[in-house]
Design a protein around this ligand. Structure first.
Ligand code: DX5
Ligand code: ZN
Length: 227
C-alpha cells in the first residue's frame, strides 16, 4: 500500500503582502505541508525570500515547512533556516560539490534532508546518497520562476526513483515541483510521486482552498488506481 499523497502549495505564487491569508486558505483546504522557495539570484536567475520570512511563517502556522533552497553555498545557510523553523530542507545536487555533507548537516540540525535534481540532471547522480534522504525532489521545470510548463521528462525520473525505492527498500519520498495542476496530478501520482508542489494552480485561482481540495481528491483517486 503506497503512502498517502500530499499537495504542498508553493507560496511563491501567493501575494507576499497577504501570506497569512494564503496560509489560512490552504489550511482550510486540508494541506499539511507548505513549500517555500528560496532563490538567491545566482543559482537561479531570480530572487525570492529568505530566513526572516521562514521565521514569520513558522509563527503563523503549524504546517510542515518544506524549504527548497535554490541557492549557491547552501551549507552556509542550513543552520539559519533550521533555526528559523524549517522542517524539511532540500538542496540542489547541482549547487554543491559536498551534497553528502550538506544532507548530514540538515539532519544534524533536526530537519528532514532532501536532494533536488534539475531537469537536465540524471537520477543516477544521487545514487550514493539515496539511503540518506527523506525525500528526492524532481524538478519538472527549470527552477527560478513559477508558472512554467511541466516538462514531461520528469515522469521517467519519478518512475526510476519509484523503482529504486521498491527494489532497495529506500525510505525516501518522491516530490515533484513545477507546472503541477489538475491536468497532470494523476500522471505524476501514478508514476510514484508522493508530494506534489503546486503554486500557480493553487494561488492564481479564485478559490485556493477549493483548488487544493480538488487536487488532493484527484491524487487520492490516482493513488487508489496504483494500488
Ligand atoms: C520553481 C519553484 C517552484 C514553483 C512552482 O523554481 O521551485 O516551487 O514555485 O510553481 P508552479 O506551480 O507555478 O510551477
Ligand atoms: Zn520549489
Amino acid at each position: 500500500m503506497p503512502t498517502a499523497v500530499e499537495v504542498a502549495p508553493s507560496i511563491l505564487a501567493a501575494d507576499f503582502a497577504c501570506l497569512g491569508d494564503a496560509i489560512r486558505a490552504v489550511e482550510s483546504g486540508g494541506v499539511t505541508t507548505l513549500h517555500v522557495d528560496v532563490m538567491d539570484g545566482h543559482f537561479v536567475p531570480n530572487i525570492s525570500i529568505g530566513v526572516p520570512v521562514v521565521a514569520s511563517l513558522r509563527k503563523a502556522t503549524r504546517l510542515t515547512l518544506d524549504v527548497h533552497l535554490m541557492i549557491e553555498n547552501p551549507e552556509q545557510y542550513i543552520e539559519a533556516f533550521a533555526a528559523a523553523g524549517a522542517d524539511m530542507i532540500s538542496v540542489h545536487q547541482e549547487a554543491t560539490p559536498h551534497l553528502d555533507r550538506a544532507l548530514g548537516m540538515i539532519r544534524e540540525h533536526g530537519c528532514k534532508p532532501g536532494a533536488v535534481i534539475n531537469p537536465a540532471t540524471p537520477v543516477a547522480t544521487l545514487s550514493e546518497v539515496l539511503d540518506k534522504l527523506d525525500h528526492v525532489l524532481v524538478m519538472s521545470v527549470n527552477p527560478g520562476f513559477g508558472g512554467q510548463a511541466f516538462i514531461p521528462g520528469a515522469l521517467g525520473k519519478i518512475r526510476q526513483l519509484q523503482e529504486l525505492r521498491r527494489s532497495y527498500n529506500y525510505a525516501f519520498r518522491i516530490e515533484v515541483d513545477g507546472g503541477i495542476g489538475p491536468e497532470n496530478v494523476a500522471q505524476v501520482v501514478r508514476a510514484g510521486a508522493q508530494i506534489l508542489v503546486a503554486g500557480t494552480s493553487v494561488f492564481h485561482t479564485p478559490d485556493p482552498a477549493q483548488a487544493v481540495r480538488s487536487m488532493i481528491q484527484q491524487a487520492s483517486e490516482a493513488l487508489a488506481q496504483r494500488v
